[in-house]
Design a protein around this ligand. Structure first.
Ligand code: SAM
Length: 273
């Protein structure tokens, strides 16, 4: 791919690649049911009252970071280098083939993947496309087991570290000088925001909402808006069973037969024909 030095460097910065061989301090898992964690949780609660938290020290693992396998402590995206490369690939194809429509990610966490989309547009002086940033900005929903049995037992909603406020995400865009009128935020649960989002057409639809419900809500509302020649990217296909199931169910129901292409251990994409 013909990347500019800016885009190459930005990809590394977004995943904190420059911190390779350093340590990260990760808060202890407060939801682990093991008895050792019960004790650690107790100590952690005590420290939290004094504005301290209990952390474990983890060495930055290069392979994990390139493949989006860890939840970084500081980086602005958890998707890793292969998936950033995939966004860039889809971007270049969409521009080359003059595909109509905006870009969206549903499930943005600290915003890294959408910051990257905005940077790609800026780097190529493209001003007629919007980057849509869709998230609750308060983490994942509790599983609705009745309507979506595949989400039964899903614990993503318990993970505090997945709840990043809209102010923080806007601040992250601003850090890179990329917060402007070409970035629009859709705040709320996908089932509420996406059906009425003022989006006309999409050229890139990136799903990163982990659960069956989040994946299905996105596909139902937005896949019909994806232009022919545009790309849909499913981040959690290999990582979360419910996400893969929702994608398969939606494809089957809508007779979608385009070839599914693997990006890395977790993510896949296809081009809408
Ligand atoms: C794994 S993180 C996304 C990682 C991100 N794409 C990146 O570049 O690092 C999942 C995000 O999806 C959001 N999310 C999941 N399901 C949602 C839903 N149904 N409605 C709104 N937000 C949702 C969560 O708040 C969280 O920010």
């Amino acid at each position: 791919m013909n990347s500019s030095p800016y885009i190459d460097l930005l990809k590394k910065v977004l995943i904190d690649y420059h911190r390779i061989n350093q340590f990260e301090y990760r808060p202890i898992d407060r939801y682990n049911k093991n008895w050792k964690f019960k004790i650690l949780r107790f100590i952690d609660s005590f420290f939290r009252k004094k504005n301290h938290i209990l952390c474990s020290i983890v060495r930055f693992n290069e392979e994990d970071r390139l493949n989006g396998k860890d939840w970084p402590m500081y980086a602005d995206s958890m998707i890793g280098m292969r998936r950033l490369d995939n966004i860039e690939y889809c971007f270049r194809k969409v521009i080359e083939n003059n595909i109509t429509g905006d870009f969206i990610e549903t499930g943005v966490w600290r915003g890294g993947a959408t910051i990257f989309m905005r940077a790609l547009l800026k780097d190529s002086n493209i001003t007629n496309k919007i980057v849509w940033v869709a998230d609750s900005f308060e983490g994942l929903p509790k599983p609705n087991e009745k309507e979506y049995p595949s989400d039964k037992g899903d614990v993503h909603h318990t993970k505090d570290e997945l709840a990043i406020s809209i102010e923080t995400v806007k601040g992250n865009f601003a850090k890179y000088n990329l917060l402007d009128e070409n970035v629009k935020f859709l705040k709320g649960w996908f089932k509420d925001t996406l059906p009425k989002a003022p989006i006309e057409k999409l050229a890139i639809l990136r799903l990163d909402g982990d659960m069956y419900e989040s994946t299905m809500d996105t596909l139902v509302s937005l896949y019909p808006k994806l232009s022919k020649g545009g790309y849909v990217i499913i981040d959690d296909w290999g990582a979360v069973k419910g996400c893969k199931q929702a994608t398969l169910d939606y494809r089957q129901k809508n007779n979608i037969t385009e070839e599914i292409i693997t990006i890395d251990w977790s993510s896949v994409y296809w081009k809408k024909e």
